[in-house]
Design a protein around this ligand. Structure first.
Ligand SMILES: *Cc1c(COP(=O)(O)O)cnc(C)c1O
Length: 407
């Protein structure tokens, strides 16, 4: 049976949405920075701490067995959600940033001086800086895949950059600033012609499009729980099993070992090899609850609706003559970035907040991208399936007031 999309019911699932900010109803358009949590996630974390908490693995007592079961069930659910071949390919991390750091650190053993790493102009700082550091350590060279004025990756330039020296390509699936959806399947195909490893930053994409890592054939895929309606402090590093097996551990300590003596230590198998120390058990349970919640919704209709809200907002924004859109890719996710003549984005954001509207302003952790557009920051409205057309009207009304006050 096809599930129907019911906005009213969905909004009831998110307690935080039902409040006033500065005397106006909250209109939350900062979903690209972090999504809100459904009650199911909040309850799962609460129930875990009230009934089942203990440390995981190796425990013989009941609570430890329960916590371990819940933790590993979460891993299995996540593996299924992204269609990983086995749950061994799902490593828990703190989030996208840590997942990319794990890779930049552990892949460096395979990198020689003069090798090349490719990233793009539109990357988040967390997909730039770890690779810069890898280059400093190894003598590898960081090369940048250019974009056009619409904010689209230039595939023909990528083909020219690719060569025998290309060892790693790390690109974002969806730009958190522009909303551009990148043709990652094509990129992965091209990269594999040169036997380069492909890392995908899926921090944005995971909430807006179905992910099938086997169909994509990506080597690594990374995302954060908190952008997928789950808790902060938990994220995922997906990697093909044979590749993860090839990489050395990232951190050292408990959990990741098999046998320790003072002379010699052998390491645990996947995925534990990459999970040193007590993990974020509650976070993993919260993330699994978020996935269960999403699976209970008609997700394709949710994604469709998000784009309806995006298109509606875009249409409304066009009534302002002083606005310049930043990011006009032909393939977009529900994110709109713009600037308004000489008005500082932070000032607009501050006035919008006075009207209950939450947007993000600034460089969105993409400073090289700001440089490309020759701006210091944007106003960004990013949408979720719980947003309403009335909220968009509130945003447009707030912008009208802000522009009048500031120009
Ligand atoms: C948010 C985001 C990150 C960083 O995620 P964290 O949860 O802060 O680790 C990386 N890349 C993109 C595209 C993002 O949107």
């Amino acid at each position: 049976m096809n599930k129907a999309f019911n906005l009213e019911n969905i909004r009831k699932d998110f307690p935080i949405l039902d409040q006033e900010i500065n005397g106006s109803p909250l209109a939350y358009f900062d979903n690209a920075a972090s999504t809100q949590k459904p009650k199911a996630v909040i309850d799962a974390i609460k129930n875990y701490y009230e009934q089942d908490h203990s440390n995981v693995h190796r425990g013989v007592h009941t609570l430890s067995v329960r916590a371990t079961e819940l933790y590993e069930e979460s891993r299995t659910k996540i593996a299924k959600f992204i269609n990983a071949n086995t749950s061994n390919e799902v490593v828990f991390t703190r989030g996208t940033t840590e997942s990319i750091n794990v890779l930049a650190s552990t892949l460096s053993g395979l990198i020689k001086q003069g090798d090349e790493i490719l990233i793009s102009t539109m990357e988040h700082h967390s997909n730039i800086v770890p690779w810069q550091e890898l280059c400093i350590r190894t003598g590898a060279i960081l090369k940048i895949i250019p974009i056009n004025k619409l904010g689209e990756l230039q595939l023909d330039s990528l083909e020219k950059l690719l060569g025998k020296k290309t060892k790693i390509i790390s690109v974002t699936h969806i730009s958190n600033t522009l909303g551009t959806i990148n043709p990652i399947k094509k990129i992965i195909e091209l990269a594999h012609l040169y036997n380069a490893y492909v890392v995908i930053d899926g921090a944005q994409a995971i909430a807006h499009t179905p992910i099938d890592v086997q169909d994509l054939d990506c080597d690594f895929y990374t995302f954060s729980g908190h952008k997928l309606y789950g808790p902060t402090g938990i994220g995922v590093l997906y990697g093909k099993e044979n590749l993860l097996n090839k990489l050395p551990p990232y951190q050292f300590g408990g959990e990741m070992i098999l046998k320790v003596t003072f002379e010699n230590t052998s390491y645990n198998s996947l995925p534990y090899k990459f999970e040193a120390g007590t993990p974020n058990i509650a976070g993993s349970i919260g993330l699994a609850a978020a996935i269960d919640y999403l699976n209970s919704l008609p997700l394709n209709l949710c994604h469709q609706y998000e784009m309806e809200i995006h298109d509606y907002a875009l249409d409304q924004l066009k009534s302002f003559s002083n606005i310049r859109l930043i990011g006009e890719s032909h393939k977009k996710s529900p994110i709109i970035s713009f600037i308004a003549n000489d008005i500082h984005p932070h000032d607009v954001g501050t006035i919008l907040n006075q009207k209950g509207v939450a947007v993000r302003t600034g460089h969105h952790c993409t400073m090289p991208l700001m440089e490309f557009f020759n701006i210091s920051g944007t106003i960004r409205a990013s949408f979720s399936f719980y947003n309403t057309k009335n909220e968009v009207k509130q945003l447009i009304g707030g912008l009208g007031i802000a522009f009048k006050m500031l120009s």
